[in-house]
Design a protein around this ligand. Structure first.
Ligand SMILES: Cc1cc2nc3c(=O)[nH]c(=O)nc-3n(C[C@H](O)[C@H](O)[C@H](O)COP(=O)(O)OP(=O)(O)OC[C@H]3O[C@@H](n4cnc5c(N)ncnc54)[C@H](O)[C@@H]3O)c2cc1C
Length: 405
């Protein structure tokens, strides 16, 4: 009798963008894939909705772009940076990348549902909702599957390769004994949505101001999404002080927030993102690999979290396919994903950390000094170069041409 309730080739914990795209690419190679998703559906908001040219480039590379563009989306023309309400820099999406001349806005729910639809073409792909991975199952030091709770019942899944793609709160990262090589938490963002004012165009706008910095981005179909950058833990102080405190802040911040702010009675419309970044020291153990945010969480600077998470998942599809072919599921074999991806992740996290330092200054005097610095930087080619580095892939992902849908 098998020690497992269910067996598969690859068991992926987490049906976010990384887990779903990895699962689909493996299924297209004929691999048996089981994806476990803790939630009962894909409903989520304020999650990875702005998708930079690098995401478009990689979707093109794996043959998914045309399919994804059949789902509701917006094409964002570019980005403007205002310092104290004065336009300091404009980045036009077509100038960032000729190959991907726009920024995509697509709700993550829409994208994940589309990917789920696509997966139905593969009988060797199974997605279970209400299925939470709990810990790796081991034989000696080798991971041989995952212990999960499926609709509340314990299930032991046997797998040649197990993958933690459960995002920044990854339980397999914790329970699998992975250590962090890097961790940073400079600020938080309070998100909320308001109706789009008449005539508002499809441009992302960021404002550095004397008190808080904020960002306004178009949201499909007739809204704009607004984010206020606050100090780590400051939201708790607003909650303690009552809604009047945040209301006053918003009334003062931008004329577009006034109608929304004056009608506020509680904190329900708000969603707080902790702008954390981290990276695991070693992404693989024998039989177990971390991908996406579970291996490396990016800060919100540049809105590239999904792109970076998915890039590692795509590379993982190639490496895992090779591991299955060679029946080698060792830490070294699976660790090739890290070898191929880590240098770019480190470079991106370094640039993001620099931007975070500029936008998360706490002292008003420091804010003024940094705003002046950003203004000058924005006038130079360095700013554009750094933006390009964040938002655009300078070369295709290093994968076999067969890793395609
Ligand atoms: C508020 C917010 C706004 C963001 N905005 C942007 C943006 O505009 N652009 C951008 O590029 N990035 C953005 N990001 C970052 C982006 O959402 C992530 O980088 C990206 O979603 C990571 O993908 P992932 O698949 O690795 O993990 P996730 O998207 O976090 O997916 C993990 C999945 O695993 C599931 N899960 C968790 N635990 C378990 C478990 N134990 N068992 C089974 N399943 C489990 C979760 O329910 C989830 O479905 C944002 C992040 C946040 C929090």
């Amino acid at each position: 009798m098998s020690a497992f309730d269910q067996e598969t080739d690859v068991c992926i914990a987490g049906a976010g963008p990384a887990g779903m795209i990895l699962g689909l690419l493996l299924a297209a190679q004929g691999t048996r894939v089981l994806v476990l998703e803790r939630h009962s559906n894909f409903d989520r908001e304020y999650r990875g909705e702005v998708l930079m040219p690098r995401f478009i480039q990689m979707m093109n590379q794996i043959g998914l772009l045309t399919f994804l563009l059949q789902s509701p989306h917006l094409k964002i023309d570019g980005f403007q940076l205002y310092i104290r309400r004065r336009l300091a820099a404009t980045i036009s999406a077509p100038n960032l990348s000729k190959e991907a001349p726009y920024i995509l806005w697509m709700p993550q729910t829409v994208m994940l549902e589309a990917l789920h639809e696509k997966s139905k073409a593969y009988p060797n792909f199974t997605l279970l909702f209400d299925a939470a991975a709990e810990e790796p199952l081991t034989e000696g030091t080798r991971v041989v599957g995952l212990q999960a709770a499926v609709k509340g019942k314990p299930v032991r899944v046997g797998a040649k390769v197990s993958v933690g793609a459960e995002g920044r709160g990854s339980v397999l990262r914790r329970r699998g004994g992975f250590e962090l090589a890097y961790e940073e938490h400079d600020f938080d963002i309070i998100w909320f949505t308001i109706p789009k004012p008449a005539g508002y165009d499809n441009t992302v706008r960021a404002f550095l101001s004397a008190r808080h910095n904020y960002i306004i981005l178009p949201k499909y179909p007739q809204h704009v999404q607004c984010g206020i950058l606050i100090e780590t833990g400051e939201y708790g102080r607003y909650v303690k002080a009552g809604i009047g405190s945040l209301k006053a802040e918003l009334l003062d911040a931008h004329p577009m927030f006034r109608d929304f702010a004056s009608e506020l009675t509680d904190f329900k419309p708000f969603n707080v993102l902790a702008a954390k970044a981290d990276r695991v020291k070693e992404w693989a153990k024998d039989g177990l690999l971390l991908v996406g945010d579970a291996a490396h969480t990016c800060s919100p600077a540049g809105a590239i979290g999904v792109s970076v998470a998915v890039a590692s998942a795509i590379v993982a599809a190639d490496i895992i396919t090779d591991c299955l072919r060679k029946q080698n599921y060792s830490r070294q074999a699976l660790g090739r994903v890290q070898a191929l991806r880590e240098s770019e992740v480190i470079e991106i996290q370094r640039i993001q950390s620099g931007f975070s330092g500029l936008i998360a200054a706490k002292h008003p005097l420091m804010k003024t000094v940094l705003a002046a610095g950003v203004f000058l930087l924005a006038k130079t080619g360095i700013f554009r170069k750094l933006q390009r580095k964040l938002m655009v892939m300078d070369r295709p992902l290093p994968i076999s041409p067969t890793i395609r849908l």
